[in-house]
Design a protein around this ligand. Sequence first.
Ligand code: F6P
Length: 388
Amino acid sequence: MNKRIGILTSGGDCPGLNAIIRAVVKCASQQRWEVYGIPYGTEGFLRLETGKCQSNDLKLKENGYDLPGLLHGIDILQFLSGSILGSLSKGNPQDKAIAKTIIQGYQDLKLDALIAVGGDGSLGIIYDLAQQGKWKIVAIPKTIDNDVPFTERSVGFDTAVNKVTAALYDLTFTAASHDRTMIVEVMGRNAGHLALHAGIAGGADIILIPELTPQIDENLIINLCIRLAKLRWTGRKFALVVIAEGVKNHVGERQKAIGDYLAQQIDQVSQRLCLTGKPEFCELNKIETRATVLGHIQRSGTPSSYDRLLAATFAKKAIDLIAADQYNQLVVWHNGAVQIQSLDKVVSQIKQSHRLGICPNPVDAEGFLVQTARSLGIYLGNSWKQTV
Ligand code: F6P
């Protein structure tokens, strides 16, 4: 049966969103279905209702993104980051009337189903709207934070890991040339996946993530300085420190520019340790720290082949589910394959975590990646005693 489906991208953008859209359109076209691209997440339904856009303008066509001249025919969409549909980070309609209009927009578009591409925040919002409006939805996880529960991978994460790893490589040489300690602040919200993966792949000496170092304290800074002193003592004059933005300050609060904050703490404590006159700390007065905030560059760039493959397989699964009239599911990556998970379960875990102020899919503090980092001699904050 011919179907008329919608697709929207919601929450913060990340590489791979266009690859998902392209794959959805391709798979749906094979079935002769119509696909409508909803602009700016659920706000697109509001725009439809208020006449700011027309349904016919939203129709997505296969090969509709051709380039001019001899490049005509190149299907470039899957290589571009961002989202051709736009996205909305603050899309929770507090106003009941607005929520009602959004729900009406879905009905008026006469959609048989909606594919919602979202992260841990936006999936909960769309789920609530879908419940109220009896929408038939299938969701695809995306986020550079990799914090959507029940999926080992979300689209966008791999590209961000590559981006941060490349930045660490670049920073190594300037760090080495000036005998500096480079502190690199990495995104990830309350999760440390991005910092941990990229830190290991990029050769970091120290990685601080919220799951292992919820907040900075005096003891941590002292141990960190001892680690830096030890490196210098053994002839390594520079160091690379990765800190996830979710690590909190001394008083347990979220700190803007936590990397800079850490640099200041290291400067102060290293001077103090120097004054003790102990020979093992004498090198510390030579420590120069510099902090780099990688920022939104982590959300951009050509999606990696892994993210494009994930986008394609997730899109195919989403179309399969709609063909089978199976809704209210999140497609997930688990044990090396695409699987599904009930959105009821996923969203309940997300909401519970948000209520408790914790990450819905944190790094496993005892997991193999953490063990690997420790085995490589990377200082992870709490592991100092075991590794000195
Ligand atoms: O969730 C993705 C993310 O990039 C986080 O890593 C980061 O904390 C946040 O979004 C930044 O949000 P915004 O783009 O709204 O500043």
